[in-house]
Design a protein around this ligand. Structure first.
Ligand SMILES: C[S@@+](CC[C@H](N)C(=O)[O-])C[C@H]1O[C@@H](n2cnc3c(N)ncnc32)[C@H](O)[C@@H]1O
Length: 270
């Protein structure tokens, strides 16, 4: 299977974005992991670990008697996630460079497979889930957290918000990513031969000083090289330096709210 592109090409820009995004969405992922029954002592496989944010959430829950293995294909992300874990004194989390579509070199058995915002980038997410689930002990947990980028990004349905959303959704389409992976999780679990999952959906929302427009502008920053390459938008059109302020001005003018990525959790046991 040919390797698909990722939305971001500059890893440092992407690391910064993922860390900022994590502050917004980590509480949601923590709730999903807890609802799913992740618990102390479990050995966890984190698919598409990126900057290591989900792995760190999982390690908080499983504690010192458990452990987490993150698999990520970008070597810079792997190094940086490993460095952060070391700085935090976490000895029971490790990050391996690898492709979650093959999971080559990932051995041993796990009690849980988790992942956030990764299935949307895969050619055959059901095949990946099936392969990952085959590494679980009987009774093991599969718990995924994916977005619906088709949902509202702001209550202000104004020109800059509409334009930004259409640019990003087009960039995702050009790399064959699924911008509505969240609602597709149910069908994907079934296609993977898993039991029908329990599901939950949540988004962070805020107005005024809590209107997190910078998060959406950061997606454009990460996707900018891709958008230019595919002729979706030029840097002059996007004007990254003023994008957050313009998005905020439109929200504030309507006393509106910004809606963070609408995230679907889905979990089941094998
Ligand atoms: C949006 S980031 C999410 C990172 C992390 N799960 C989080 O929520 O912070 C998606 C990550 O999946 C990785 N990825 C995409 N396709 C992959 C593949 N086939 N194998 C391994 N990692 C992959 C990307 O490199 C990127 O770091």
């Amino acid at each position: 299977m040919g390797q698909r592109e990722y939305l971001a090409t500059d890893r440092q820009v992407e690391e910064d974005r993922l860390r900022a995004q994590a502050r917004l969405i980590d509480p949601l992922t923590r709730r999903v992991l807890a609802s799913a029954g992740l618990s102390r002592g479990m050995r966890v496989l984190d698919l598409g670990s990126g900057a290591g944010n989900v792995a760190r959430l999982a390690v908080e829950i499983v504690g010192p008697d458990g452990g987490v293995v993150g698999v990520e294909r970008d070597p810079d992300a792997v190094r940086s996630a490993a460095r952060s874990a070391q700085d935090a004194g976490l000895s029971n989390v490790e990050f391996r460079q690898g492709d979650v579509e093959t999971l080559a070199g990932v051995d041993g058995r796990f009690d849980a497979v988790v992942g956030r915002l990764v299935l949307m980038y895969l050619g055959d997410p059901a095949a990946t889930l099936r392969r990952a689930a085959s590494l679980l002990h009987p009774g093991g947990l599969v718990c995924m957290h994916e977005a619906d980028f088709g949902y509202l990004w702001s209550s202000a349905d104004t020109p800059t918000w509409q334009q930004l959303k259409s640019w990003i959704v087009e960039a995702l389409a050009r790399i064959d990513a699924n911008p509505r992976m969240g609602p597709s999780l149910f069908a994907t679990f079934r296609a993977a031969g898993l039991r029908d999952p329990e599901m939950a959906m949540e988004a962070a929302v805020g107005g005024g000083d809590r209107a997190y427009a910078a998060g959406w502008a950061n997606v454009a920053r990460s996707a900018m090289p891709l958008m230019e390459r595919f002729g979706i938008a030029t840097a002059d059109e996007v004007q990254l330096d003023t994008l957050t302020d313009r998005l905020l001005a439109e929200v504030h003018a309507e006393q509106g709210v910004v809606i963070g990525p609408c995230l679907y959790g889905a979990w089941t046991t094998v």
